[in-house]
Write a protein that binds this ligand. Structure first.
Ligand SMILES: [Zn+2]
Length: 114
């Protein structure tokens, strides 16, 4: 078998992937929601004088680099839910580990005095 090249065009297109991969299958995400603000440069655009364009995005770090994925407003609820899921899961894992320490301490105290 040939190793798959990065950036190969033989794979499914982004559109066809989107059709089979539902946003609902994204359960957990790490990162922060941010808002990118920019002026597009068109002199007649409202942003030339008024507020810049605002685009929601997910910022996260990967291999030590900050990455940004821009989002549509429709994608926001899923991303918010998945971020919240991750934070709750992290908190629960922390609680489980604290409980583990308490139990280990209790166990060892009992085992050592016997
Ligand atoms: Zn503009």
């Amino acid at each position: 078998m040939q190793p798959k090249k990065l950036g190969s065009t033989s794979g499914p297109s982004r559109a066809s992937l989107a059709a089979v991969l539902s946003l609902d299958s994204i359960r957990s995400l790490r990162g922060s929601l941010i808002t990118l603000r920019r002026r597009c440069g068109k002199p007649t655009c409202h942003c030339a004088k008024g507020a810049p364009h605002a685009t929601p995005a997910l910022s996260f770090s990967e291999n030590g680099k900050t990455r940004i994925l821009t989002l549509t407003p429709a994608e926001l609820p899923t991303v918010r839910r998945a971020l919240s899921h991750y934070h709750k899961a992290q908190a629960q894992t922390g609680k489980d580990a604290e409980r583990g320490l308490r139990l280990l301490r209790r166990y060892l105290a009992r085992a050592r005095q016997a």
